[in-house]
Design a protein around this ligand. Structure first.
Ligand code: NAD
Length: 362
């Protein structure tokens, strides 16, 4: 059983956040879930715990310091797990402003509020308090095929506006540890995949398009390498670091699954061929279409996870093959979820229900 009974989670209606919240509530923890419900936030991900009293959803922005301070004072969580971010690289290239606002300013607000709350604590409550900042391996930049994998001492060299905004937020967390002694931790994880991922990201986009017989757009030559991790493994890594991580430390998280994007798309196609043999689009790989590469596209990411594995005993439970099978099956089993997020019906519902409120708890 976790030491942390009550968590303040930001971005808990997004892809990784919702997987984490579902696991935390299932493990008996109480979660205060602060999420602005941007296009990427979806309460449908949390439908199974909608009436669970240990999940308290709060619609609001991490830049709203008054709200964050109020939630900390009211619920007195022993940990903050900070997922909320703008997370899509292509969107950061088209419009970086929102990334600076949420990822940098928003993290600053969370740190400022967490520090004030931490300093108000005493005794055991103070001893237990943690701030865990969820970050990405993209802060390290790109690797050549010969380079060793990213480790915790790899210098930061972010290349996209998204990566730069996350690198900045990591630096703020580091400064709050060193200057104000905030008991914070950082995780830098590789690319995730799994249930509830918004279909703008590679794997769900390919599944969605393949099911509809639409082209499967592959950037450039498709040889960009990412180190894939099943989302439940990322969530278990975060829980492990929260419980046993050394204060002020960074832990790199990855499953040792380096795959070229093109190979990932072929894996999706092969699984769909097998699971949907009657589809008129078999073999789905004939839908693969090469499109112009993303500007500044990083060539290779790879994670050296020996620190979290050796020090904290964490290991990924899923291989790429088992995780991908579960993921494709989940999307096949949940056509309603896909329909909602792609039809815009869900976003219309959010606009209608929240149009006149900047924040609301329910
Ligand atoms: P996501 O885009 O699916 O979800 C982000 C969530 O944050 C959404 O629910 C959104 O509504 C919420 N949000 C955005 N702006 C907000 C604001 N101003 N205030 C409150 N809530 C806000 O993202 P994800 O893929 O689940 O990623 C979660 C975190 O993990 C991010 O910090 C990301 O950088 C990090 N990360 C992601 C990956 C990956 O592969 N997806 C890998 C490593 C690290």
């Amino acid at each position: 059983m976790s030491l942390h009974k009550t968590l303040l989670v930001t971005g808990g209606a997004g892809f990784i956040g919702s997987n984490f919240v579902l696991a935390a509530v299932a493990a008996g923890q109480t979660v205060i879930n602060l999420d602005a419900l941007t296009y990427a936030g979806n309460l449908g991900n949390l439908a199974s715990i909608a009436s669970n009293p240990r999940h308290i959803f709060v619609h609001g922005d991490i830049n709203d310091g008054e709200l964050v301070a109020k939630l900390l004072a009211e619920y007195r969580p022993s940990a903050v797990v900070h997922f909320a971010a703008e997370s899509h690289v292509d969107r950061s290239i088209a419009g970086p402003e929102a990334f600076l606002k949420t990822n940098i300013d928003g993290t600053f607000t969370m740190l400022r509020c967490a520090r004030a709350f931490y300093e108000s604590l005493a005794g055991e409550e103070k001893e237990l308090f943690r701030f865990l900042h969820v970050s990405t391996d993209e802060v390290y930049g790109t690797l050549t095929p010969e380079d060793p994998a990213f480790h915790e001492r790899t210098p930061y060299a972010p290349n996209s506006p998204y990566a730069a905004s996350k690198a900045s937020s990591d630096m703020l967390v580091r400064a709050w540890v060193h200057t104000y002694k905030l008991p914070a931790l950082i995780t830098n994880c590789s690319n995730n995949y799994g249930p509830f991922q918004f279909p703008e990201k590679l794997i769900p986009l390919m599944i969605l398009n393949a099911l509809a017989g639409k082209p499967l757009p592959v950037y450039g030559d498709g040889q960009q390498i990412r180190d894939w991790l099943f989302v439940a493994d990322h969530c278990s890594a975060i829980a492990t670091v929260l419980e046993n991580g050394r204060l002020g430390e960074t832990y790199n998280v990855g499953g040792g699954n380096q795959r070229a994007n093109l190979m990932v798309v072929h894996t999706v196609c092969a699984l769909l061929d097998e699971l949907r043999p009657d589809s008129p689009f078999v073999p789905h790989s004939k839908l693969i279409t090469y499109v112009q590469d993303r500007p500044g596209h990083d060539r290779r990411y790879a994670i050296d996870a020996r620190k979290i594995e050796g020090e904290l005993g964490w290991h990924a439970a899923e291989s790429f093959e088992t995780g991908m099978r579960k993921t494709v099956q989940w999307y096949l089993d949940n056509p309603e979820w896909l329909k909602d997020v792609t039809s815009g019906a869900y976003q219309q519902w959010v606009n209608k229900n929240y149009a006149d409120r900047s924040s609301a708890a329910f």
